[in-house]
Design a protein around this ligand. Structure first.
Ligand SMILES: Cc1cc2nc3c(=O)[nH]c(=O)nc-3n(C[C@H](O)[C@H](O)[C@H](O)COP(=O)(O)OP(=O)(O)OC[C@H]3O[C@@H](n4cnc5c(N)ncnc54)[C@H](O)[C@@H]3O)c2cc1C
Ligand SMILES: *[C@@H]1O[C@H](CO)[C@@H](O)[C@H](O)[C@H]1NC(C)=O
Ligand SMILES: *[C@@H]1O[C@H](CO)[C@@H](O)[C@H](O)[C@H]1NC(C)=O
Length: 485
């Protein structure tokens, strides 16, 4: 089960996967498991695998999902910490690829410039070491993630050009940046800011997290408590038990937060109060304006963020920036923060399907005009799938649920002699619009170029792992789909 071998001259494939991030690697495994004779390749623009986990290099970089569900179900995460550090995640991905002979299928420095569907075939235009050439494929899988790798979200910070110190965006953390004894202001309050603050505090003189509005922070122990059962069971079985446990707990927690927001708010606030120094009020720095899980919850492994606050080296300020000057930030409240380093943890810029221009039978496709089909194909895009995960659970669960459906669809096409499957929508006027993902975070709201989604199958975005897996196994996989020979 390793897929047909690749030769150097090969230019036509059964399937081309775009992106060697965690979604693309998982897609390769699922594909070669279901279709051992398929010719496939993974086209990766960068010179390394891992996507997100290779691109982001800031100190302390880690997942906020547990690796039992964020990792592959086919390759147990066997470390004792459920929340993985960036380097460990990369090593894990590499091991998984080597073990399953996926590595030979990856073609590095292969950037997909555009794709064209014509005469029942995809032509993929590729840039490689300064030259351009084409591959063809019967089916395309976009494992391109959801954000722009070359550009972070544009934010205007007034006066930032006058700042004399270093301004760093976490997406492009300078290697070997020495933050010893620095006075650092981190702008932002998301997962990145919350990860960076305690890590930088270890060496820096002072770290201030400057936020416009607070986020829910949940402290979780990051050590797997080995029960007597886990000591006698083999690693793989333990892994499945942990994975099931996390899946179900994650699902129930999310459902609970959405159904009983006040109770959930109470529990989260109590958790934060317990970790804060005695007498430290929740208001204003830890009192979010939204309900739990309307935006992604921030996890602090072993309460590291709160420990940094208790140590007196990390501070939180909730305020708006009036202007940045040569050595600090003037806030709207009148307060002033001095700094010699500013970290702009202000978010990612959304980009769907890698922003790759798509043409179908000579017509340019505008993704933002199209509806998603069952969360993994697009209206009017034949033989093309896109791996989108969940916002409220591990991303990879969604990417994997999609692969289950994709493999089922390709099997059905093969057995019935169809060569083209195209989601087709006659009348969209009765569809009720719904967001693609179920969170209200700014970066999702502000996202441009995102496809549409409605409230009923098949024209939906991501719903949830259990309903998507149910669909992958029992759902009507031909509804809204035009199949032809
Ligand atoms: C700091 C950080 C922490 C995160 N932590 C979590 C977490 O704990 N849990 C969670 O669920 N999610 C997390 N996420 C979201 C995370 O990005 C996804 O979960 C996951 O890593 C996405 O994997 P992916 O393979 O789909 O996309 P990516 O990791 O974005 O990889 C996409 C790949 O496609 C390649 N590519 C793109 N365009 C082209 C092209 N035109 N041609 C060729 N190749 C191309 C890119 O080079 C890249 O290698 C985090 C994100 C960040 C930034
Ligand atoms: C954990 O997995 C790695 C491969 O990723 C393997 O080399 C190692 O032996 C495993 N450790 C245990 C304790 O099973
Ligand atoms: C799936 O849906 C299509 C279109 O609505 C319908 O014709 C078909 O019978 C359904 N298939 C099954 C197995 O229910």
């Amino acid at each position: 089960m390793t897929g047909a071998p690749i030769t150097n001259e090969q230019t036509s494939f059964d399937v081309l996967i775009i992106g060697a991030g965690i979604s693309g690697i998982n897609a390769a495994y699922r594909l070669q498991e279901a279709f051992p004779n398929y010719r496939y390749a993974i086209l990766e623009a960068r010179d390394r695998i891992g996507g997100t986990w290779d691109l982001f290099r800031y100190p302390g970089i880690r997942s906020d999902s547990d690796l039992y569900t964020f990792g592959f179900s086919w390759y147990p995460w066997n470390r004792s910490n459920p929340i993985g550090e960036g380097q460990d995640i990369l090593a894990y991905l590499q091991d998984a690829m080597t073990t399953h002979n996926i590595s030979p299928h990856v073609q590095f420095h292969h950037r997909v410039l555009s794709v064209e569907w014509d005469q029942q075939t995809w032509t993929v235009n590729i840039q490689h070491d300064g030259s351009q050439f084409q591959y063809t494929a019967k089916f395309l899988i976009f494992g391109t993630g959801y954000y722009d790798h070359s550009e972070p979200l544009a934010t205007t910070i007034p006066g930032i050009e006058n700042f004399k110190g270093d301004v760093i965006h976490p997406q492009f953390w300078p290697e070997d940046f020495d933050y010893m004894n620095k006075n650092i202001v981190i702008i932002g309050s998301g997962a990145t800011a919350v990860t960076l603050a305690p890590k930088l505090s270890e060496k820096a003189d002072r770290v201030t997290m400057l936020q416009r509005s607070p986020t829910y922070l949940a402290s979780l122990p990051n050590r797997h408590s080995g029960s007597w059962l886990s000591r006698i069971l083999p690693t793989t079985i333990n892994y499945y038990i942990n994975r099931m446990k996390r899946l179900i707990i994650g699902h129930l927690m999310y459902a609970f937060c959405r159904a009983y927001p006040n109770a959930a708010r109470g529990i989260l606030e109590k958790g934060m109060l317990k970790q804060l120094p005695p007498g430290f009020p929740l208001n204003p720095h830890f009192k979010p304006r939204y309900n739990p899980w309307e935006q992604r919850l921030c996890v602090c492994p072993n309460g590291d963020f709160f420990a940094a606050i208790r140590s007196g080296k990390t501070h939180v300020v909730t305020d708006y920036i009036e202007t940045v000057d040569s050595d600090g930030i003037q806030l709207k409240s009148g307060q002033r923060l001095t700094a010699d380093t500013i970290v702009t943890a202000t978010g990612l810029k959304w980009r769907f399907m890698g922003g790759i221009p798509i043409t179908v039978n000579g017509e340019k496709i505008d993704i933002s005009e199209k509806y998603m089909w069952n969360g993994f194909m697009m209206q009017d895009l034949p033989n093309a799938a896109v791996l989108v995960g969940y916002a409220s659970l591990s991303w990879t669960l969604g990417a994997d649920a999609s692969m289950s459906s994709i493999c089922r669809l390709i099997k059905l096409m093969n057995s019935k002699g169809y060569s083209v499957a195209r989601p087709s929508l006659q009348d969209s006027s009765k569809l009720e619009p719904r967001p693609l993902l179920d969170l209200s975070s700014n970066y999702i709201k502000r996202a441009e170029g995102m496809p549409r989604a409605a409230s009923l199958r098949p024209w939906i975005g991501r719903t949830g792992y259990f309903s998507d897996m149910w669909f992958a196994i029992f759902g009507n996989i031909t509804k809204g789909l035009e199949l032809s020979a």
